[in-house]
Design a protein. Sequence first.
Length: 544
Amino acid sequence: MKAHTFNLPFLLQHIMIPLLFLRFHRNTLTLAAGKWDLLLSNIGISAMHMQLLNTDRVIIFDTTDFGASNISLPNGTCRNNSNNLTLKRDCTAHSVEYHVASNSVRPLTLITDPFCSSGAVRADGTLVQIGGFNDGDHNVRMYKPCSSNSCDWQEINGALVQRRWYSTSHILPDGRLIIVGGRRQFSYEFFPKRSGADKAYNLPFLAQTNDRGLENNLYPFVFLNTDGNLFIFANNRAILFDYLKRVVVKNYQQIPGGDPRNYPSSGSAVLLPLKNGTGAEVMVCGGAPRGANGTFNGALNTCGRIRINDPNPSWTMETMPMGRVMGDMLLLPTGDVLIINGAGSGAAGWESARNPILSPVIYRPNNRIGSRFEVHTPSARPRMYHSTALLIRDGRVLVSGNNPHVRYNFKTNLFPTDLSIEAFSPPYLDPRFANLRPTIVSPPSQAKIRYGQTINVRFTIPPGRLNGSSVMVTMVAPSFVTHTFSMNQRLLVLSGRNAAAVASLTFQIPVVAPSSGNLAPSGYYLLFVSHQGIPSVGIWVQIS
Ligand SMILES: *[C@@H]1O[C@H](CO)[C@@H](O)[C@H](O)[C@H]1NC(C)=O
Ligand SMILES: *[C@@H]1O[C@H](CO)[C@@H](O)[C@H](O)[C@H]1NC(C)=O
Ligand SMILES: *[C@@H]1O[C@H](CO)[C@@H](O)[C@H](O)[C@H]1NC(C)=O
Ligand SMILES: *[C@@H]1O[C@H](CO)[C@@H](O)[C@H](O)[C@H]1NC(C)=O
Ligand SMILES: *[C@@H]1O[C@H](CO)[C@@H](O)[C@H](O)[C@H]1NC(C)=O
Ligand SMILES: *[C@@H]1O[C@H](CO)[C@@H](O)[C@H](O)[C@H]1NC(C)=O
Ligand SMILES: CC(=O)N[C@H]1CO[C@H](CO)[C@@H](O)[C@@H]1O
């Protein structure tokens, strides 16, 4: 199939119509587009933590100790909890399952407190939630997805050696989770344990990066590198860590400027799209300068990029269109990075931020420097402390949560608790691109694939519009998001040849699945086909 030559409809769609949306933002020429939709005005709880499962349901929870939420526990049950700080007897739920297709929620039952915790999804699709606060800080909770409405949380008391509050979890190639840090925990441990002797192991790096009294190293940014080691960023610097031999393999330079980037300074980070076994690159954006809490100093407006496997890695700094603390960074199916939610001043913590940043920004990592950031349509709702965002299968981004107060507080004038859930549709979902959008025909959703396997991905597009060399197939791991960091987030660009026609309007692109668990730990991924930057609806694939 030959690529089409430049034609008038193409020019209209890609150059002339977007021109209508052009506007100036500071010194950056940007395309303001994208759309916001309010999905539900009340899901009953503030979405502090979210995880998408392979049933297209999103598990959402906050803390069990905010007082009564706005949704009752299932079947008229109540929790009696003498360890609570707010209510001894609580008949409301603090976790819900959001069902994307029906746009509805149902309450789930959490017994102990998962406040400010972490999690990951295991190879079989089960969400494993780690730690929390108070009576929940040593507990693990499992949620095995089902397509009926019968599944609920199962709690394992005392499954952790150390208290894990503000820790980061990451799924490993061997199927276990590693749990890194947490408040006053300069150690890591695994779940499940291999034996009774499997304990918590010291990680001095976390003590070294702890700003006394301020911390600034909680929820460390942890990424599985393509060599199997962990890249761990805390405060203002990073290490490459071999968790099996328990040695630091590499110390990276401090990020230029030296400002802290982790909770409560709360910037965010992503592992940029992976194309092969060596090109891994991390980007860290935003945060708060040291001492921003209470003074509401302006948030950091810089991002640093680093190629973590270079012989002498160094940071390349870029400037965002605006400063942002508590921004979420999400990988989109096209390999671009969405920066969304957060504030222009202050830090994470109760009542500690001001100046909501309502406009999402899309960062295009492959554009030339200076033309990578685009500012998009603002939301009407602030999404401050305890807000979250995640990608779903149809390419929209769910945005929910906002509770910068000790309890649910709907009366304050300053950023009331927000129980709504919205969707941000990035510009690629604009109907004017419908005639470029691929539809995946095969493999079927929930297909099982093997490492290194060639997959013939078939798709249709509307008549006569294939640009074979612009087709890209990506696999995105659904992440566990809380406190502005999406744990386990990774996107693989699958290598392949150009797409070609196999039947009228049907095209095929052979691509090679990731070669190992270091690139893509076993489990469920969303597979997308993008054509001229416009992604299909994704399908679920399970790699092993
Ligand atoms: C939720 O809030 C509404 C409006 O304030 C109230 O009528 C309803 O009873 C609340 N539901 C629960 C379960 O708290
Ligand atoms: C609630 O009751 C329904 C119907 O009896 C049952 O199917 C469901 O499992 C119950 N849920 C819980 C969490 O007990
Ligand atoms: C909680 O306590 C109340 C009385 O205080 C009792 O009626 C109820 O059965 C208890 N519920 C549970 C789940 O233990
Ligand atoms: C791997 O990918 C990176 C970019 O992600 C690229 O710079 C590098 O050349 C690639 N290496 C190989 C061997 O293809
Ligand atoms: C921020 O400042 C407030 C008010 O002084 C304080 O209560 C809170 O603990 C601080 N938060 C952090 C994370 O330092
Ligand atoms: C086809 O896609 C390639 C790669 O994205 C691009 O360089 C080229 O300009 C496109 N051709 C047309 C006619 O749009
Ligand atoms: C341990 C604890 O703080 N329990 C509290 C549970 O809630 C009741 C009612 O608000 C309080 O009186 C208890 O002190």
